[in-house]
Every structure is written in structure tokens, then in C-alpha cells.
Design a protein around this ligand. Structure first.
Ligand SMILES: [Zn+2]
Length: 119
């Protein structure tokens, strides 16, 4: 389980940090500052703030979608109608490339990263 500030988080463009130079604040539901998306030459500041604000909900959704993948680190294949062996988790044909790209494996890794655990 992660020790991050509980969500929901939201973008708050009224914070002083936002008024000064275009930086955008991300706050929790009590208005406590969580993070700041800094204005840079690109125009991604708003999108970055929105992504940061969504992080707790993204993690929770991924944890809900992938409990078996988190608990089961063994890739399991089954023979599909085409005769190819497919990953039980992501339905990708078995192969060396799949071992690196399995979406469920990546889900486990990113959940561990977000929790501050080693994958
Ligand atoms: Zn897979």
C-alpha cells in the first residue's frame, strides 16, 4: 500500500503559485499543496498538472483492474482458437518480445513504482 496523500487531488489555478508565473498547483481535497507543475517553454503545464492530479485515481483504478497480475508474477499461456499460445493476461502471442512488453507485467511494475516498491 502506498503512503501518498489520499486522493482526490485536483488542479487549483487560483493558488498564488499559479498567479505568479503560470505554474499550476495540484492540491488535495483540503486545499493542501501536493505538487506544482512548472511553466516551461512548452505548453504542457496544464496537462502535466491534470496528469499529476489524476495520479491517485489512476493508481487505484490500476490496482482494481490488475489484482491477479499484481499477486501472480507467473505468465500463463493458453492455446487460442488459431492454435497460437496466448498470454492469459494480455492475449499477446507467446514470445520473447512479449516477455518484455506484456501489459500486465508493465502494470505490476508501474504499481510497484507508484507505491515506492521495487518491481
Ligand atoms: Zn501478456
Amino acid at each position: 500500500m502506498s503512503n501518498h496523500t489520499p486522493g482526490p487531488w485536483s488542479v487549483d489555478v487560483t493558488r498564488p503559485v499559479a498567479a505568479l508565473n503560470g505554474d499550476i498547483a495540484v492540491v488535495n481535497d483540503h486545499g493542501t499543496l501536493i505538487a506544482v507543475a512548472y511553466l516551461r517553454r512548452g505548453k504542457q503545464t496544464g496537462a502535466n498538472a491534470i496528469l499529476i492530479a489524476a495520479a491517485p485515481e489512476l493508481l487505484a483504478a490500476l490496482e482494481e483492474l490488475a489484482p491477479l497480475a499484481v499477486e501472480n508474477t507467473t505468465l500463463i499461456y493458453y492455446q487460442g482458437a488459431s492454435g497460437k499460445w496466448l498470454c492469459r493476461w494480455c492475449l499477446t502471442p507467446e514470445g520473447k518480445a512479449h516477455l518484455e512488453s506484456c501489459s500486465w507485467r508493465r502494470a505490476r511494475e508501474v504499481i510497484a513504482k507508484a507505491r515506492g516498491e521495487t518491481a
